[in-house]
Design a protein around this ligand. Structure first.
Ligand SMILES: NC(=O)c1ccc[n+]([C@@H]2O[C@H](COP(=O)([O-])OP(=O)(O)OC[C@H]3O[C@@H](n4cnc5c(N)ncnc54)[C@H](OP(=O)(O)O)[C@@H]3O)[C@@H](O)[C@H]2O)c1
Length: 314
């Protein structure tokens, strides 16, 4: 797992599920994206929220399995892993460090703060300066890092001035504890306002082909060279529909590969972070960049709207 010199390893997968093809395929087909001109990562990442216990609370039932999926993801070429201190809480960050620290060269761990867990089933705001300072220290320790490559404000806090939250992250960056700053669950106005205080390299909002409420924020990101990280990229598997099944059959691919291929083709700033606890699903997801959808297929899927995908931030 040593990516010597930062050069991308081939990550070839001789992969029986993929597209019915015999040729080798890999994560490389999805291409790469630059974060703020400072870090380059493969354009399919891994979302590490669901490697925790039920309800994103406590340890996973299958701890060894969670560690295996994390290690396998990096073996397959994933070099962008998304997490948050609220996943578990703390459990996702601890498992990432246990599985991967010291991290192979080029692996970017992106975490988030400002969304706390008072108990199982509960999520609550705290993006006050005092909390964010404490949260960054906690994430550094759990992730066994000296500096966090990408730190995202998980969600704006109605009880704290948004500018103060952003100024605090900028201060932490200036102190060398954070390298790059991102946002999550924000409007276009939030991004514009934050950019007056600090460069913003990524925005993480809910988005999939069937759930495009935040399309205008994606468009803004595209116009401004900001990575857009769609959370719920598979609607947790609920994006399944007739069009997806039919198009998957045409391409001899899996429906979730088509959902990811649509995202990758929708915009060059798209950086999906599908989450899974299964190595088989992980392999499918990593190969999604090999599927090339026609304009008609892109338009058909883009016209699908599935009610019920609108879940809250987590
Ligand atoms: N910023 C925010 O507020 C926020 C909110 C939610 C999530 N996130 C981030 O976004 C990441 C992804 O979101 P998510 O986990 O909610 O949604 P998701 O990636 O759309 O869906 C994950 C679910 O889909 C299933 N799945 C994954 N690959 C599959 C495949 N190839 N075939 C069939 N099923 C598959 C997984 O089940 P299996 O385990 O069985 O594969 C899992 O239950 C999270 O890990 C987290 O990092 C951020």
């Amino acid at each position: 797992m040593d990516f010597a010199g930062g050069a991308p390893a081939p990550h070839e997968l001789d992969y029986k599920y993929n597209l019915g093809m015999t040729k080798q395929t890999s994560i490389n087909a999805a291409g790469t994206i630059s974060l703020g001109g400072q870090l380059t990562v493969n354009r399919i990442g891994f979302g590490a929220m669901r490697i925790t216990g039920e309800g994103i609370w406590g340890p996973p039932k299958d701890r060894a399995g969670a560690l295996t999926v994390l290690r396998k993801a990096v073996e397959l070429g994933v070099n962008f892993i998304d997490t948050a201190d609220s996943y578990g809480p703390n459990v996702s960050e601890e498992l990432i460090a246990e599985a991967l620290a010291p991290y192979p060269k080029g692996v970017v761990i992106a975490t988030k703060g400002g969304w706390v867990r008072p108990g199982p089933g509960y999520w609550s705001h705290d993006a006050s300066p005092a909390h964010l300072q404490k949260a960054v220290e906690g994430s550094l320790k759990r992730l066994r890092l000296e500096r966090i490559d990408l730190y995202q404000l998980h969600i704006p806090d109605p009880a704290t001035s948004f500018d103060r939250s952003m100024e605090t992250l900028a201060e932490l960056r200036d102190q060398g504890k954070i390298r790059l700053i991102g946002l999550s669950n924000v409007t276009r106005e939030h991004v514009e306002r934050a950019r007056k205080i600090t460069p913003i390299v990524s925005v993480q909002n809910r988005y999939s082909f069937a759930d495009r409420e935040w399309e205008h924020v994606l468009n803004y990101c595209e116009q401004n060279g900001i990575a857009f990280i769609p959370w719920f990229p598979l609607g947790a598997g609920k994006v399944a529909c007739d069009a997806l099944a039919r198009i998957a059959k045409t391409h001899k691919a899996k429906p979730m590969q088509i959902a990811l291929a649509w995202l990758l083709q929708r915009s060059p700033v798209m950086l999906p972070i599908p989450g899974t606890t299964s190595v088989e699903h992980l392999q499918e997801n990593m190969a999604a960049g090999s599927v090339k959808l026609s304009e008609a297929e892109m338009a058909e899927l883009g016209g699908v709207s599935l009610p019920g995908l609108g879940v809250r931030a987590s």
